[in-house]
Every structure is written in structure tokens, then in C-alpha cells.
Design a protein around this ligand. Structure first.
Ligand SMILES: Cc1cc2nc3c(=O)[nH]c(=O)nc-3n(C[C@H](O)[C@H](O)[C@H](O)COP(=O)(O)OP(=O)(O)OC[C@H]3O[C@@H](n4cnc5c(N)ncnc54)[C@H](O)[C@@H]3O)c2cc1C
Length: 156
């Protein structure tokens, strides 16, 4: 079974287009709120126009089987879903600090192995549920506390 891809920059699925009438409703409501005649719609970001920094770490051996560095996964896990996050994704196209690796641990052993490896290698491990944090909880830290390494531990 192929899993339907989530949008990497907003809510919903990657293949979902907001119906024109729904968009028109939003435009009417927001132009009233901001007292402007109309909006210039912003083009949504596309994965193929974004170049991600190469992963700075390589997960070893058995752990690699539950990890991925696939582009969509790294884009999808770069931000939470606050308005600030959406603005950085949609308006600034700022994917300059993505997680290096995304992990999908299946067992307790996977989790212990990943955390041990992170601890031993100064890699930040960020638990990730649905990714709807509005306080930067899932955003990779921008500072250099870690040796250039980040990793999101996802859905168990
Ligand atoms: C449009 C919108 C509306 C919202 N409305 C509400 C609301 O009405 N009420 C409300 O309370 N919140 C609301 N929120 C906030 C959001 O739903 C919460 O932040 C939510 O709890 C995040 O859940 P998540 O699974 O997506 O966690 P994530 O966003 O994945 O993670 C949130 C934090 O928890 C940590 N975390 C995740 N999983 C684990 C784990 N297994 N173990 C340890 N730490 C973990 C993450 O590292 C991160 O710091 C809203 C957010 C949005 C964008």
C-alpha cells in the first residue's frame, strides 16, 4: 500500500487542492478583516525548487534500516505548524535548517539504539508526534550546540 503524502509546508495532503470557492470565501473574509480590496495569491513552495543541505551525519548499521534522509521526509519534518512556521515555509522558502535524518523506530530496541547513538554522537533527538506544535517544539535548533546534527524520532 502506498501511503498518501502529507503536504510538507501546510495542512493536509500534498495532492489536495483547496477548492476555488473555499479560497474565495477566505479571501472575502480576510480582505474584510484587513480592509483591503484583494490579495495577491502566493505561489506554494515546490520540493523541486528547494535545495536541502546534505545530511551531516550517517546513522550506522542496523539503525539505518529505520531511518531515512529522503527529501520529502526532511522537508515535512523541518517545521511545526505555527503561523510563523507557515510564513517561513511559504513566504521565505526557508528550509535552511532541516533535520539531517528522520527515524521511524518500530521497536523499543530501535528507540534505545537511536537515543544511545544520539547521546554518544552529540546528535539532537527530537520526538515528533503529528508535528502540529506552535511553539517551535519540533523545529531543529538553529544554534551550534550539537555537532552539526539533528534527528527527529517519529511515530512509534
Ligand atoms: C491550528 C492549530 C490549532 C491548535 N489548537 C490547539 C488547541 O485548541 N488546544 C491545544 O491544546 N493545542 C492546540 N494546538 C497546539 C498543538 O495541537 C499541540 O502543540 C499538540 O499537542 C501537538 O501535538 P503533536 O502530536 O502534533 O506534537 P508535535 O508537534 O509533534 O510535538 C509537540 C512537542 O511534544 C514533543 N513530543 C512529541 N511526541 C513526543 C513523545 N512521544 N514523547 C515526548 N515528547 C514528544 C515534541 O518534541 C514537541 O516538543 C493547535 C495547533 C495548531 C497549529
Amino acid at each position: 500500500m502506498t501511503e498518501r503524502k502529507r503536504s510538507f509546508y501546510g495542512w493536509g495532503y500534498a495532492d489536495y487542492q483547496l477548492p476555488a470557492e473555499e479560497l474565495a470565501w477566505f479571501e472575502r473574509a480576510w480582505s474584510g478583516l484587513f480592509d483591503v480590496a484583494r490579495f495577491e495569491p502566493a505561489a506554494m513552495p515546490r520540493a523541486d525548487e528547494i535545495t536541502l543541505r546534505a545530511p551531516r551525519v550517517a546513522v550506522p548499521g542496523a539503525l539505518a534500516a529505520v531511518c531515512t534522509t529522503e527529501k520529502h521526509e526532511r522537508l515535512l519534518h523541518s517545521f511545526g505548524r505555527s503561523v510563523h512556521d507557515l510564513a517561513r515555509m511559504i513566504h521565505r522558502r526557508d528550509f535552511s535548517n532541516p533535520p539531517d535524518v528522520v527515524a521511524y523506530p518500530k521497536t523499543e530496541q530501535d528507540i534505545a539504539g537511536l537515543l544511545d547513538w544520539c547521546g554518544a554522537n552529540d546528535v539532537a533527538a527530537i520526538p515528533f508526534g503529528g508535528g502540529s506544535s506552535v511553539v517551535g517544539g519540533v523545529n531543529p535548533p538553529a544554534y551550534e550546540r550539537y555537532k552539526g546534527v539533528l534527528l527527529s524520532l517519529i511515530h512509534i
